[in-house]
Design a protein around this ligand. Structure first.
Ligand code: ATP
Ligand code: MG
Length: 283
């Protein structure tokens, strides 16, 4: 059966989603965002959550590569008007949904308003049908990243123990604070629990001292050679090595992420997100 038809059927069977949108970002590049988004998504779909990953890293989109998927088309063709968004939605393991990004695509903020708004409307409909949309962003503080975060209202900042990553994470949190969104921290690649705690404490301490901001810690993911091994096999580490230390730590972080939000949300919140994003980008 045609994939688009299957997806429509699937979406039809689903009750109206809660439409929570969480943006995963980092100050410094290469800290593990894409691996975290993919594996967090998989851990959550295994817990019966309906999860959509939106690959918004328009410079180096590669969520599909990590999942070993070969999407037949990507965001570029939607933006060009050659395909509908639902035609490019790809299904990963356990029903994880993916909107493949487009490598080399310019910033969403630079797109012409017509193409951008059509895309955002279609994304709104999609996000409204799932429990959680995870947005994998490009590194750094770009207009697209800030717009996504402001529209979502929730961001996870990923940092590693490297000093440059720590200072860049602080810079990003500072930029996000101005948008009045809730930010939590995820430390990745800690070589020991002590190093993880110390990294978190340095970032949280600076935020407390200079921004009067308390940043909750979502978790500490250890440095784990299984992550690199899985990447080389083009398979998510939580699938290939579900009991490896990184997968276990990320599962704990997933529980904390779900726990951050109490109670049912008003329906159609996802819809609101994409509309807000359109307005923010169009400014
Ligand atoms: N916990 C970990 N333990 C060991 N290696 C890791 C871990 N997390 C990430 N890596 C390594 O870091 C590399 C970069 O990860 P990833 O592509 O997810 O980062 P990114 O933040 O998305 O990068 P970019 O900013 O370029 O999008 C991976 O290929 C993997 O080898
Ligand atoms: Mg990435």
């Amino acid at each position: 059966m045609d994939q688009a038809v299957r997806l429509r059927e699937l979406a039809g069977r689903r009750r109206a989603g809660r439409g929570r949108v969480v943006v995963v970002a980092s100050g410094k590049g290469g800290v593990g965002k894409t691996n975290i988004v993919v594996n967090l998504g998989l851990i959550l779909v295994r817990q019966e959550q309906r999860v959509l990953i939106f690959d918004a890293d328009l410079g180096l989109a590669n969520v599909d590569i990590l999942l070993g998927l070969v999407p037949r088309a990507n965001l570029q063709e939607v933006i060009n008007g050659r395909r509908a968004l639902e035609e490019i939605v790809t299904q990963g393991p356990h029903g994880l949904l993916l909107v493949p990004g487009a490598s080399g695509l310019q910033e969403l903020a630079d797109l012409d308003p017509l193409a951008r708004n059509r895309l955002l409307d279609e994304l709104a409909a999609l996000a409204a049908g799932v429990d959680l949309t995870l947005v994998d962003c490009g590194a750094g503080i770009s207009r697209t990243v800030l717009s996504f975060a402001a529209a979502a209202g929730e961001g996870v900042v990923v940092a590693t123990p490297e000093p440059t990553s720590i200072t860049d994470a602080y810079g990003l949190i500072k930029a996000l604070q101005r948008l009045q969104i809730s930010v939590s921290l995820l430390v990745n690649r800690a070589t020991s629990p002590a190093e993880g705690r110390e990294t978190a404490a340095r970032i949280q301490g600076a935020c407390h001292r200079f921004l009067q901001l308390e940043v909750p810690l979502l978790g500490v993911i250890p440095e784990d050679h299984r992550v690199g091994q899985a990447v080389r096999c083009q398979q998510p580490f939580s699938e290939l090595y579900p009991r490896c230390p990184a997968a276990r730590a990320l599962a704990e972080a997933a529980v904390r992420l779900l726990g951050q939000e109490g109670g049912e949300l008003p329906p159609g919140r996802g819809q609101g997100f994409w509309q807000r994003l359109g307005r923010l980008l169009g400014r």
